[in-house]
Design a protein around this ligand. Structure first.
Ligand SMILES: *Cc1c(COP(=O)(O)O)cnc(C)c1O
Length: 302
């Protein structure tokens, strides 16, 4: 899969507020790379797939929950590379598959449901060995692509961001994407990481593991106060923001990551967090398929 075949658009946003604060703001529309697959996931998966092809693997194997953007992306990317894919899904097999798992299935992914207890063991070497036995010659991709190789793939997102950019904003789950942005950024470019999870106490260790760089040397700030109560938590204020943002800019956001990031960015602009002259790029990582689990009519877009 060649991501250069999917050029991403950089969309400038206009608002009186930005003029008042003397900042510029653009959104890198990685959400437009594919209607179902999150843009950042394709970048993170890129080098795993390259390795699987080079090593003549039969397929790839990975892990995720029933609404995992990473699972769908892996299913899609594997198929693009003529590889099989196996998805270990957390929890019992539901009577009706989530639309996410339906999409995985439509891309040919073999779904294996495992109990939450077994799922918790996914990083234990013994457990992985048992899996290797049942799926020989499959490359194992950690959940969320959480591996230095995932970040090296994500570093290529920086190729899409103009050199004069001063601040790059991105949502954080496993931190693999943000670590990639750090790998690709120049030292004077600040990465502002908006956590989609409550707390994220091990963020520094994660970034250090993923980049091999010392956390304290990095031009990075973690922003924690826009998680709306925690991972995948949502409320009417968030939906109202998503609708208003769409009506103003025609940019759909997802409720788990990108809506919370954009809400936080707007708030921080109002609070003068970005100095005058800042040229800000917000990375729209995609994830829109997740909105499909909302009741019809919640959002003004789909
Ligand atoms: C997975 C995902 C993220 C988080 O990426 P990490 O590399 O795990 O931090 C952000 N936004 C969207 C839309 C995602 O699907």
């Amino acid at each position: 899969m060649q991501l250069s075949h999917y050029p991403a658009k950089l969309q400038p946003l206009q608002d009186n507020l930005f003029g008042e604060k003397a900042i510029q703001l653009s959104v890198l529309r990685l959400d437009e790379l594919h209607p179902v697959v999150s843009g950042n996931k394709l970048f993170k998966l890129q080098l795993f797939l390259k390795q699987a092809v080079e090593e003549n693997k039969t397929g790839v194997l990975t892990f995720g929950g029933p609404y995992s953007n990473h699972l769908v992306a892996t299913a899609f990317a594997a198929r693009e590379n003529d590889l099989k894919s196996v998805g270990f899904v957390r929890g019992e097999q539901p009577a009706i598959l989530s639309h996410t798992l339906e999409a995985c299935d439509s891309y040919g992914m073999k779904l294996q449901f495992i109990t939450r207890d077994d799922y918790a063991k996914k990083f234990e070497p013994g457990f992985l060995n048992d899996i290797f036995q049942s799926f020989p010659n499959h490359l194992v991709i950690p959940e969320g692509g959480y591996d230095p190789l995932g970040s090296q793939g994500a570093a290529r997102i920086m190729d899409e961001i103009p050199a004069e950019t001063t601040h790059i904003c991105c949502a954080v789950g496993t931190a693999t994407t943000v670590a990639g942005l750090l790998l690709g950024a120049k030292p004077n470019q600040k990465i502002v990481a908006f956590s989609a999870l409550r707390g994220l106490s091990d963020f520094g260790d994660r970034v250090q593991y993923l980049t091999g760089l010392d956390y304290k040397d990095l031009n990075l700030e973690l922003v924690n106060e826009y998680d709306f109560g925690g991972y995948a938590k949502k409320n009417q204020q968030l939906f109202d923001f998503m609708n208003q943002f769409y009506l103003q800019y025609q940019i759909p956001t997802d409720m788990i990551y990108t809506a919370k990031m954009m809400f936080g960015v707007m708030q921080r602009i109002r609070e003068n967090f970005f100095p005058p002259g800042s040229k800000i790029v917000c990375v729209h990582t995609g994830g829109l398929q997740g909105n499909q689990s909302l009741p019809a009519g919640t959002l003004v877009f789909d």
